[in-house]
Design a protein around this ligand. Structure first.
Ligand code: ATP
Length: 223
């Protein structure tokens, strides 16, 4: 699905990430860890075509990123759902419209039954009319997850989805991600939270990627 061959990334200075080789297989579950500033967000941005590698080959669903047009990359947005670190909602729109936004932007109509099911799944149907600033951190994260999956992507990339929420809410969010994985979705979660990783590993065959000293390491196995 997502394949990196000797990929490097630089923002203009020296290389932030070097020589990364990895295949993210369908249905896999990975955590991405590493010190603050190591490049986790940058790695995720590469994986959804937001950034172009400065060296190496990055293949998304069998297509080399270098050969993809803007339209091809836009089409990726339906196959890769992203939960951003800061959620990025439009504060003047109610939650339900924020969640449906990826469909609206793509010119597709939201199916009311599906929206109801989706918001029910994340436990936010009763808050569908609330504006984002009225939501708690955990509610915002669940809304962000609902928005990321509304176009039924095959891959979900989540950047510190439990960063600002308490343990109980983190577990609730994690349960949703585990459910998505059991439905066959490929999941990558950037996190600092080792307890979260330990808890998840008891539930699914999650593997841990670590970025350290510019390199990507797969804990406990060869890349
Ligand atoms: N657009 C950019 N231009 C230049 N430098 C950038 C840009 N985006 C990120 N960086 C730098 O790249 C480095 C890695 O940033 P990144 O956000 O990928 O790290 P991270 O591992 O996700 O960090 P954290 O855990 O703190 O969120 C940082 O030093 C950051 O300042």
């Amino acid at each position: 699905m997502i394949e990196l061959e000797s990929v490097a990334m630089s923002y203009g200075g020296g290389e932030l990430l070097s020589d990364m080789t990895l295949r993210l297989l369908p249905g896999s579950f990975h955590f991405l860890t590493g010190p603050s500033g190591a490049g986790k967000t940058t790695f995720l941005k590469l994986c959804y075509g937001e950034l172009m590698p400065s060296a190496g080959r990055l293949t998304l669903f069998g297509q080399d990123l270098r050969d993809m047009s803007r339209d091809d990359i836009a089409a990726l947005r339906s196959r890769i759902g992203v939960v951003h670190q800061d959620c990025q909602f439009l504060d003047h729109l109610p939650l339900i419209e924020n969640v449906a936004l990826p469909l609206t932007v793509a010119g597709q109509a939201a199916n009311t039954t599906e929206l109801r099911e989706l918001l029910g799944w994340v436990g936010l149907w009763s808050q569908r009319g609330a504006l984002p600033p009225q939501l708690s951190g955990g509610e915002r994260q669940r809304a962000a997850l609902a928005r990321a999956v509304i176009r039924a992507p095959e891959v979900i990339l989540a950047d510190e989805p439990t960063g600002n929420i308490d343990w109980e809410m983190s577990l609730r969010l994690l349960k949703l991600l585990v459910e998505l994985n059991r439905m066959g979705k490929t999941i990558v979660i950037a996190t600092h939270d080792l307890n979260l990783i330990r808890t998840t590993k008891a539930q699914v065959a999650a593997r841990v990627l670590r970025i350290q000293n510019r390199r990507l390491h797969l804990a406990g196995a060869d890349l």
